[in-house]
Design a protein around this ligand. Structure first.
Ligand code: ACO
Length: 331
């Protein structure tokens, strides 16, 4: 059975930098409050009119170039986002169209912050069936257009950013590299702790003035509850992955945690007893880009020389649903 190797990575973030100080002009907040609680210094927000499909295309082209392969070699797209360009169809078909992928299938995944890790499990399974050889896995998010940037929405608005990251996955017979295992979970009893209620298909119409008045169109979160579950589930699912492979935390060369909040990543690091060199964080520049944080961080880590052939790479995510997961790979 073949294994799944990452043969190229790429990312794209909007040019518009929004600093914490910029936010103080929109809402009652401060650079100090945001930095102390989240580690975020700035984030990127799209200019009006930029689509998720465009962002995903830019990240994907970078990954294709990195892998040194042509778009026509991509057999399937797996795209994760909680902020699709349209209610339907999913952003994946627009990306496939932009890249000229012909009739290659496009699978859209809705697992929020865990989308990239969920997508990796799906893509890895598809590759191991030998039905597909090369899969483009993308996480893309436009959060800024869905935020309430007044003081009322400040608890959420300061956290999120926009961006896209991509990885090209290809079947390999090389036993020294590739995905070792993926582990994903969900627990729907906590769905409303972190969610975006509207638009909602069970209401008619799906969206109306009440949804704005009653704030259902904005994401909402019980922050402390999310924090508590995230710092429990991420170390737990990393240990699940390590145990499945007979490995120890000390053997991880690089952990890329979902960039939700620097304090969450630091707690995960501490609970796994990892050194600073073993953990990659870039949230201070981008905020939380949800499904895109891990592929953006991976692409940056590669370019910063943080990964060498044979390194043990661990990815872990936690997010709305709740959903969470981990993946272990030999680079
Ligand atoms: N600027 C200034 N003050 C603020 C802001 C802000 N942006 N947001 C909230 N406050 C105020 C609150 O109104 C409150 O004021 P009060 O005491 O007068 O009522 C005070 O700050 C404390 O608010 P809390 O919500 O209790 O703040 P907390 O210390 O819990 O920090 C935070 C909030 C950072 C969101 C924290 O709960 C957290 O880290 N949660 C983890 C969730 C997270 O990071 N989610 C990211 C998305 S989910 C994911 O990706 C997994």
């Amino acid at each position: 059975m073949p294994r799944t190797a990452i043969i190229g990575t790429g990312h794209w973030v909007p040019e518009r930098v929004v600093t914490n100080d910029d936010l103080t002009e929109l809402m009652d907040t401060s650079d100090e409050w945001i930095r102390e609680r989240t580690g975020i210094r700035e984030r990127r927000w799209v200019e009006p009119g930029t689509t998720g499909a465009e962002m995903a295309t830019r990240a994907s082209r970078m990954a294709l170039e990195d892998a040194g392969i042509a778009a026509e070699e991509v057999d399937a797209v797996v795209l994760a986002t909680l902020s699709p360009d349209h209610f339907f169809p999913g952003t994946g078909v627009f990306l496939a169209r932009e890249l000229g992928l012909g009739t290659a299938p496009a699978i859209d995944l809705r697992a929020q912050c865990s989308g990239f890790v969920y997508g990796l499990q799906v893509a890895d399974a598809l590759i191991r069936t030998e039905q597909y050889r090369t899969i483009l896995l993308v996480g893309v998010e436009i959060q800024s257009t869905g935020l309430d940037v007044s003081t009322e929405g400040r608890d959420m608005a300061v956290l999120f950013g926009d961006g896209a990251g991509a990885a090209l996955l290809r079947a390999t017979d090389d036993p020294t590299r590739g995905v070792l295992s993926t582990h994903i979970h969900a627990e729907g009893e906590h769905a409303e702790i972190l969610w975006g209620d509207a638009p909602a298909s069970w209401r008619h119409p799906r969206i109306g003035p009440d949804d704005f008045d009653e704030r259902r169109v904005y994401p909402s979160m019980a922050g402390r509850e999310v924090f508590k579950h995230a710092v429990t589930r991420m170390p737990e699912v990393v240990r699940e992955a390590l145990d499945a492979n007979g490995l120890e935390p000390s053997e991880i060369d690089l952990l890329i945690p979902h960039q939700a909040n620097l304090r969450i990543s630091q707690m995960v690091q501490k609970r796994l007893r990892l050194s600073d060199e073993q953990v990659f964080n870039n949230i201070e520049k981008y905020g939380n880009t949800t499904a895109a944080t891990i592929p953006i961080a991976l692409s940056e880590a590669v370019r910063l020389g943080r990964l060498e052939r044979g390194d043990l790479l661990c990815l872990t995510a936690f997010g709305s649903g709740f959903t969470w997961g981990s993946a272990l790979l030999r680079w």
